[in-house]
Design a protein around this ligand. Structure first.
Ligand code: PBG
Length: 337
C-alpha cells in the first residue's frame, strides 16, 4: 500500500525548501534583506516656542516639539546612528495665508529648526519639504487662485523657498507638492545660489491617499483643507502614470526618489528602482503608523514585530531606506540586538 510519505517524495523529489529554514543559523545565512539603522529617516514635527513637547493624539508616541527640543531629539537620533531627519513645521494660524507667504521668510520656523539642528548636530542630515501646505490658510500644497492650484507660480515660489531652506542648512530639499517642473526649477535655483551640494529627494510618486489623515492633524491642516488634492497628486489606481511622473523628475535632476505612502505602494517602489536605479525611499506615512499603533494598543497584533516586518518589506521591494515615525523605536531595537 502507498503511504503518504512516498507520495510527498514523489512530488517533491529532492527539492526541500525547508532545509534552509531548519535552524536559526541557516535562516540567518540565507536571509536576503536586512534592516539597519542606516536605512532610517526620522520625520519630526516642529512647533513655535520653547521647551514644549506635545503628543499628537492620532499618532501615539509621536510628538510635536519646539526647536530646542528638536535639537535634543536630533542629538539622540544621531547617537543612535540615524542618518537623517525630515522636518515639518506646524506654524501659527495667523501666519498662514492664501499664498503661503511664510515659506519665503528667511527665518521661518522650518529654517530656524534647520539652522539650530545643523549647528548642534552637524553630522545628521536635514531634509526639508518645500510644499506650501504648512503655510497656506487652505491647506493646499500650492497657491490657490479661484478653484485652481496654480502650477507655475507655485513652482517659482517653492524654488525660492528651497534656496532659503538651503541657506539655513538643509542638506536635501524634498519637494512634496507634485507641481510639474518643480525638480528642474529647484535644481536651477539651488545652483544659481551656490548650493550645488544640496541634493533633491523628489516625492516622485505621491498618491492622492487617505493615509495622510494623522499628519494633517499634526500640522493642523486637516480642518483647513478645502476639497481634495486630486488635481495634483497621483490617482492610487495608476502605476504606469507614476513611473512616467518619476521619469520626469529623474530627467530634471532628482538625486533620490521617494514613494508615498509606503506599504500599499510597494509595487511602485519596485518599479521605480528597476526603471531608474536611483536611491529610492518609501515614506511610511502617518496613517500606516497609526494603524499599526492602534491595533497593537488593542492587543490585536504584536506592534514591534509588525513594525519590523513592514520595514523589511520596503527593503525587499527595492527601497534603500524608509521615512518612518518608528525610526527611533527601530534604532533602539536594533541597538539592543
Ligand atoms: C503635504 C504632505 C503630506 C504629508 C507630508 N507632507 C500629505 C498631505 O497632507 O496631503 C503626509 C505625511 C504623513 O502622512 O505622514 N505636502
Amino acid at each position: 500500500m502507498e503511504n503518504k510519505t512516498h507520495l510527498v517524495d514523489e512530488i517533491t523529489g529532492h527539492r526541500r525548501m525547508r532545509r534552509n529554514r531548519k535552524a536559526d543559523w541557516t535562516r540567518r545565512l540565507v536571509q536576503e534583506n536586512r534592516l539597519t539603522v542606516d536605512d532610517l529617516i526620522w520625520p519630526i514635527f516642529v512647533i513655535p516656542g520653547n521647551g514644549i513637547v506635545e503628543p499628537i493624539p492620532a499618532m501615539p508616541g509621536v510628538n510635536r516639539m519646539t526647536v530646542d527640543k528638536a535639537v535634543e531629539a536630533a542629538k539622540e537620533a544621531a547617537d543612535l546612528g540615524i542618518p537623517a531627519l525630515a522636518t515639518f513645521p506646524n506654524i501659527e494660524m495667523e501666519l498662514r495665508d492664501e499664498t503661503g507667504s511664510n515659506s519665503l521668510e528667511k527665518n521661518n520656523l522650518i529654517n530656524l529648526a534647520s539652522a539650530a539642528i545643523k549647528k548642534a548636530v552637524p553630522d545628521i542630515g536635514v531634509i526639508t519639504d518645500v510644499a506650501l501646505d504648512p503655510f497656506t490658510s487652505h491647506g493646499h500644497d500650492g497657491i490657490l487662485r479661484g478653484n485652481e492650484i496654480v502650477n507655475d507660480e507655485t513652482v517659482e515660489q517653492v524654488a525660492r523657498a528651497a534656496v532659503y531652506q538651503a541657506d539655513a542648512g538643509a542638506d536635501i530639499i524634498a519637494p512634496s507638492e507634485m507641481m510639474d517642473g518643480r525638480i528642474g526649477a529647484i535644481r536651477q535655483a539651488l545652483d544659481a545660489a551656490g548650493h550645488q551640494n544640496v541634493g533633491i529627494m523628489s516625492y516622485a510618486t505621491k498618491f492622492s491617499s487617505a493615509f495622510y489623515g494623522p499628519y494633517r492633524e499634526a500640522i493642523s491642516t486637516g480642518g483647513l483643507l478645502k476639497g481634495d488634492k486630486k488635481t495634483y497628486y497621483i490617482d492610487p489606481a495608476n502605476g504606469t502614470e507614476a513611473v512616467r511622473d518619476a521619469a520626469l523628475d529623474v530627467e530634471e535632476g532628482a538625486d533620490m526618489l521617494m514613494v508615498k505612502p509606503g506599504l500599499p505602494y510597494l509595487d511602485i517602489c519596485w518599479r521605480l528602482k528597476e526603471a531608474f536605479g536611483l536611491p529610492t525611499f518609501a515614506y511610511q506615512v502617518s496613517g500606516e503608523y497609526a494603524m499599526i499603533k492602534a491595533a497593537a494598543a488593542n492587543g490585536w497584533i504584536d506592534g514591534d514585530r509588525v513594525m519590523l516586518e513592514t520595514l523589511l518589506a520596503f527593503k525587499r521591494a527595492g527601497c534603500d531606506g524608509i521615512l518612518t515615525y518608528f525610526a527611533m523605536d527601530v534604532a533602539r531595537h536594533l541597538a539592543k540586538k
